[in-house]
Each structure stands twice: as C-alpha cells, then as structure tokens.
Design a protein around this ligand. Structure first.
Ligand SMILES: NC(=O)c1ccc[n+]([C@@H]2O[C@H](COP(=O)([O-])OP(=O)(O)OC[C@H]3O[C@@H](n4cnc5c(N)ncnc54)[C@H](O)[C@@H]3O)[C@@H](O)[C@H]2O)c1
Length: 334
C-alpha cells in the first residue's frame, strides 16, 4: 500500500466514485468526497463529504482546499445511450464547466496529481460500425469523430489535461472507461446503462413473458466489473503514463447475449422483442488492452457471468425494497 494521502474524489455520490472512496479508505487514505448529491443507496465512507455544484468555480476551489494531494475527477452529467443522445447541450455545457473549473482549481491549489475520467465515447464513430469490431486502440480517437455532446466534451477535456500539464505542470492522468457495471449503480430513472437496465427488466418480467430490447440486439459491447474499474484507477493514478489509457474488459458480447446471461442468472425464460426506434449507439465497441497490459502489468478480467451474478440480485433486491417488485420465490441459478 502507498503512504497515506489526502485525496479528493469528485462525483463521490455516484457509482464509480462511491466504490473508489470505499477502496481508498480501506487502503488507509484520508478522503474528501464531493458531489451535487449524496450517494443513493448507502452512506459514503469519506472522511468528509461536501454537497457542492462543481459547475461553479468557487465550489471547485473549496473542494481542493486544505492540502489535497490527489484528485480523482469523476463528477459528470452522464447516463446511458438514451440519456447522452437526448441532452447534447446540457451534458456538454455541464461537463465543460466541471472540468475547466476543476483543472484550474487543482492548479491553483498545487495538487500533486489530477486524474480525469474520460470515456470510450471519445473514439471515432467510423471505427465502430461493425458488430465484429476491431478493439479500439488509444490512437483511434484521432482523427476526431467522437460521440456528439458527451464524447466531444470528454475529448476536449483530455486536451485540456494535456495543456495544463505542458503549460502549468499539473501532473495529469487520463482514463478512458469502457462500460462499467456492478452493485450500487443507477438501475432506473433514465441514466442507467445496459447491464443495469436489462437486469431491471428481467427482474420485473414474469417468467415466460417478454423483454423489450433497444436495437436489434446484435450490437456488441464489453463490460467491466466495478472492482476491476477501481483497481485500474489506482494503478493508472500511480503510473507514470501521461497519455489517455483504455480501462475496460475486452470480452465482447452482443446485447442479446447479455440478456440471455441475465435470464440464466435470474432462472427465467423470456421472449425478446427488439425496438429499432430506440437509440443503440455505435454498432460495436471493444477495448484494446495491449497498452494497458504493458503500462500497468494488468488488465480487467473479472468475468461477466460472475459480475452479473452479483449485480442482478442487488438490483432485484432494490426493486423489492422500493416496492416495485414482490419478493421472488425462484432460487437463482449459479
Ligand atoms: N459508468 C461508466 O460506464 C462510465 C463509462 C465511461 C465514462 N464514465 C465516466 O466516469 C465518471 C463516473 O461515472 P459514474 O458511472 O460513476 O457516473 P454517476 O452518474 O454515477 O456519477 C457521476 C456523479 O457526478 C455527479 N455530478 C454531476 N454533476 C455534478 C455537478 N455539477 N457538481 C457535482 N457533482 C456532479 C453526479 O451527481 C454523480 O453522482 C464520469 O466522469 C463518467 O463520465 C463512466
């Protein structure tokens, strides 16, 4: 374990930030969490949790105040494909403000290292038109042709991180996440991503009933379990690597396969109906982990079946707790 540090996690009320705070605390660090909202499902482990809107510069300055060594900047206005394709202007504006102000506040406060959470949405759309996609290497972000709104903002913020490092010697790190899932992630309300949305739909469906899927189900993705995500974040923060790095699992599945896997875990048989009017994002996307393996000596490998076997019961239990589902009688298959 590294020497104890004073660490700021922005977006600590969100999915990845909440898990990261837990891990940093367990590793013996002093942690301040900041978010516009408190964590939804359980209290934060942070030593200090500030409720602040990080679109405002003075709130960013307060967040990094009091001698912070490292910043994990995870705060963002984001959601699944339905959300980020519906709100280009708000998402781009909100995230631009958060990232511009957090970088400047970190520079002013002389933090020793700043990690920016980017996304696979920065990758050129034309390299993701085939379900049997060639995994994306870091250089595939250029020539730039990212996802509208959210992806453009992430790519621009990566550039800003580079400028702050070159011009102001702020020591920045950049992580490109590929689809993260696990317990304590948003599972309804419009911001949820595919594994959580599918788990919710499977849990709410009667055995023998139907499940509605966005797109034709043949679009492909890879999914990284949250524990791998947190491990990768720590490793990238500790590394000397200055360019953006993929952080994703490279096991590719179709959305139909993801549904089948979830159904197996739930012990249900469902008939799939495909809604082609709904957004499905790029046709295929996978992470090329060659650079990550070389730089980190490691890559995310937590199996999807194992991760879903933890995530599905958590979502099912949340639905029962909130009165949206009667306690199921069926025993889950392994
Ligand atoms: N989860 C994924 O699959 C994934 C994929 C690619 C990139 N990312 C990036 O990783 C980071 C964390 O994602 P997540 O999955 O935990 O999302 P999340 O939505 O659960 O967490 C983001 C948090 O940021 C907070 N936030 C939004 N606006 C804010 C503001 N103005 N001031 C303060 N806090 C604000 C939200 O309240 C939320 O709690 C984000 O930057 C996201 O873009 C995530």
């Amino acid at each position: 374990m590294s020497a104890p540090k004073r660490i700021l996690v922005t977006g600590a009320g969100g999915f990845i930030g909440h898990h990261l705070v837990k891990r940093l605390r367990a590793d013996g660090h002093w942690v301040r969490g900041v978010d516009i909202k408190a964590p939804e499902y359980e209290a934060s482990d942070a030593n200090e949790f500030l409720l602040r809107d990080l679109r405002e510069y003075e709130n960013c300055a307060a967040a990094v105040g009091g001698g912070i060594d490292q910043v994990y900047n995870l705060a963002a206005d984001m959601g699944g494909i339905g959300f980020i394709t519906a709100f280009h202007a708000d998402v781009a504006r909100n995230n631009t403000l958060i990232n511009v102000h957090m970088l400047e506040a970190a520079r002013q406060a002389r933090v020793s290292r700043f990690l920016f959470s980017s996304s696979a949405c920065v990758y050129a759309q034309s390299k993701q038109t085939d379900a049997d996609v060639t995994p994306l290497r870091e250089e595939d972000a250029y020539p730039a042709e990212p996802e509208a709104g959210y992806g453009w903002e992430k790519l621009y913020a990566e550039e800003l991180c580079k400028y702050y490092r070159e011009d102001h010697r702020l020591d920045t790190r950049m992580v490109r996440f590929h689809n993260v899932y696990g317990p304590l992630g948003t599972y309804d309300g419009g911001r949820e991503k595919a594994p959580a949305a599918i788990s919710r739909k499977v849990a709410l469906a009667e055995n023998g009933g139907t499940i509605d899927i966005w797109g034709d189900g043949k679009q492909t993705r890879s999914f990284m379990y949250i524990d791998d995500c947190v491990e990768g974040l720590l490793r990238i923060m500790a590394s000397d690597f200055l360019q953006a790095l993929n952080l994703g699992n490279d096991h590719l599945v179709t959305i139909d396969e993801l549904v089948d896997l979830t159904c197996r875990i739930a012990g249900k048989t469902l008939k799939k109906t495909h809604d082609l009017s709904k957004p499905q994002g790029v046709r295929g996307r996978n992470s090329d982990n060659r650079l990550a393996r070389r730089i980190l000596g490691w890559e995310p490998t937590f199996p999807l079946e194992k991760g879903l076997a933890i995530t599905y019961p958590w979502i099912e239990n949340e639905l029962v707790k909130t009165g949206k589902l009667r306690a199921p009688k069926a025993v889950h298959a392994d």
